[in-house]
Design a protein around this ligand. Sequence first.
Ligand code: SF4
Ligand code: SF4
Length: 453
Amino acid sequence: MKPSDLPSDISSDLLVAEASRCVACGLCLPHCPTYRITLSEADSPRGRIALMGGVASGRIPMNARFALHIDRCLTCRACEAVCPNHVNYGKLVDGTRAMMLASPSNLLKERTVMRKSWFRRWAESKLITKPTRLDALRPLVRFYQKTGLQTVVRKSGLLGETGFAVLERQLPHVDLPFAFLGKKRAANTWQTVYPSTGHPRGEVGLFLGCIARLTDAATLNSTIFVLNHLGYTVHVPPTQTCCGALHQHSGDVHTSAQLARQNMKAFDGLNLRAIVSTASGCGLQLTEYPVPVSTEEQRSEEPLQSQPTENFSSKAMDISAFLATAGGWGDIQVTPLPHKIMVHEPCSLRNTWHGAAHPYALLARIPGAQVTPLAGNDQCCGAAGTYFLDQPEMAKILLRDKIAALDASGARYLATSNVGCAMHIAGALRDTGLDIEVLHPVTLLARQMVIKN
Ligand code: SF4
Ligand code: SF4
């Protein structure tokens, strides 16, 4: 890919213009997780912006050292949230990564982020972009877990310290679509429509995600259950795909735009009040969908019936935000849960979506629950898409702080709204033997709901 093939909003002129909006005040520095670890200006937002502006203008070479500092960035956007000059850091770093990927130099071979195993390359191209294949894998994974093979593999250390082993350690119990509260309505994929069971209040689309549809069926099932009982019919278009965030943040803007287009098509023509996401990282990506990458690509695509990017993106909502203003709660009874629930605030929800208050409001519906913010919520947990695989040392330091905060909390539950963070933290809790259940706020609430038949 040549730089000239990049979308027009990733031109070097625009990157230079965005970088030049930074007045180098340094207010973002104490909020940056990587700066707090290395104390290096090059690992701070201000330093990275200077580097990105320098490279985009041709003053600084795009070399391996530059790539190291850009790759170390978590894209947590804590810097963006506090910047008084509203520098759009997210766009700047995504654009820079797209330029790095398009660079004709040997840089690509040197980049740590590109040292992926064959398994990761295969998974990203064959599974993540075609998530129905993950449904096909579900029976296999469940067999692996139910027969005790997983326990044997974990105890044997057979997988060593590979990236695959890291992923396996994070694998939670894999549930079936709509296997919920013991009801045997389970199948290997979701129905296209789940009609409301309460007083009808409208239609909602459910975004499944890619990995989440395999590893977090519990949250997706709970979401359908809660929405149905509040009176919302839930549509689950079968042709939806991955949100494209992983590709976008690694610079692969073409794949990201193709996935965006497929999702817009999948939900096109439905009369929806909202398109809800249970993973804040994916949901945020839906709200920031780019326009198609080139006019040529646009011409080759069939036009959408009724939902251009703006319409689709403006309907995307985090499930907790939607439920905060949803009707029907007067008909729902919730049983008490006299336990401490710590709330982890994913960066996507806190720094960019500014929706960190919604999970607290949702959990406040559970009588007796002590809902408390987890100490250090202003710092990323280190999961950050595939960051935990690409930068394991940095990710471990950030994760260690979360586990220490949980250990000191005395909590029984940790509620988090992003599946990547949930798997990252739950895996470490299992390793340390701490008995804290990690789950989505909507799952906890659904468990406590009393349904009168
Ligand atoms: S807070 Fe904004 S303007 Fe100040 S150094 Fe950071 S990015 Fe630049
Ligand atoms: S996105 Fe996060 S890690 Fe990257 S510079 Fe900003 S605060 Fe630091």
